[in-house]
Structure formats: structure tokens, C-alpha cells
Design a protein around this ligand. Structure first.
Ligand code: IDP
Ligand code: MG
Length: 136
């Protein structure tokens, strides 16, 4: 039996700023995802630091957290079978330069830091990240 999985997706500030959130949501829907919940919010840098804690030793950590908190974002719970891996495929490589045709990052990403979307990288992290944004 197959089962429906959930993953967390974020439309990052560079994409929201360019009013790409509707188009990006359409890409999820066209690719079989249901947007189970969504909210447009702006987070504090301290919250971004918690969200990206796994990257705290990386040289780009501070810039990454400043960036994620620099403007409104759209956080979404996406649902479908194999949502985690299928969302990673639809997003494309972290660096838009390396992303394949047809992926969100290829289409909309500007650079490795302004790469338009975040997506959970495992079922376990998806649960944690969904809880981070939608626990209330
Ligand atoms: P992912 O978003 O594809 O899962 P991660 O390695 O988890 O990529 O990195 C988180 C985010 O940190 C990336 O989406 C990107 O915005 C940023 N990032 C990753 N590597 C670099 C880098 O080498 N320089 C600047 N920013 C980076
Ligand atoms: Mg990641």
C-alpha cells in the first residue's frame, strides 16, 4: 500500500519579492502535490538560525539566516506520495546553475543563496520542519 507523505516547502524571499509565489505553487500542483497548509510570514533572524541549525558550522550560515529573515516567505506543507523526494527533484540542485531544465531552481533561482525554494531533505526532517512552522 502506498501512503501519502508530507514535506515542508518554503518559497524564499527572492521569489516572494518577485511575485513568483503563485507560479511556483502552480508548479507544485501541476506536479501532483496538494498544498495542505500554507502561510506567508516574515521570521526573525534568531528563528532562521534555529531552522538552519544543521548548517551552523558552515561559512555561509550567518548570511543564510539573514537572507531567510530578510523578507516575507511562504511556508507550505505539501502532500503526495513520496512528497519529500519528489519535491527535491522538482526543486532541482542547490545551485541553480546545476539545476536541470524543468526544475523550480532552474526556472527561477538567481544564485546559490537566492535559489527561490527550500525543501525538506528527509521524512524525519520534514516532520521537524513542519512542526517548526505549523505547530500552533
Ligand atoms: P538545499 O537547500 O538544496 O537543501 P543545503 O545544502 O541544505 O541546500 O543548504 C541550505 C541553503 O544554504 C541552500 O538552499 C542555499 O541557499 C544555501 N547554501 C548552500 N550552500 C551554499 C554556499 O556554498 N554558499 C552560499 N549559500 C549556500
Ligand atoms: Mg537542505
Amino acid at each position: 500500500m502506498s501512503s501519502i507523505e508530507q514535506t515542508l516547502s518554503i518559497i524564499k524571499p527572492d521569489a516572494v519579492e518577485r511575485n513568483l509565489d503563485k507560479e511556483i505553487k502552480q508548479m507544485f500542483i501541476k506536479n501532483g502535490f496538494t498544498i495542505f497548509k500554507e502561510k506567508k510570514i516574515q521570521i526573525e533572524k534568531s528563528e532562521a538560525e534555529k531552522f538552519y541549525k544543521v548548517h551552523e558550522t558552515k561559512p555561509f550560515y550567518s548570511d543564510l539566516c539573514s537572507y531567510l529573515s530578510s523578507g516575507p516567505i511562504v511556508a507550505m506543507i505539501l502532500e503526495k506520495e513520496n512528497a519529500v523526494i519528489d519535491n527535491r527533484k522538482l526543486m532541482g540542485a542547490t545551485n541553480p546553475k546545476d539545476a536541470e531544465d524543468g526544475t523550480i531552481r532552474k526556472k527561477y533561482g538567481i544564485s546559490i543563496d537566492k535559489n527561490s525554494v527550500h525543501g525538506s531533505d528527509s521524512v524525519e526532517n520534514a516532520k521537524k520542519e513542519i512542526d517548526f512552522f505549523f505547530r500552533d
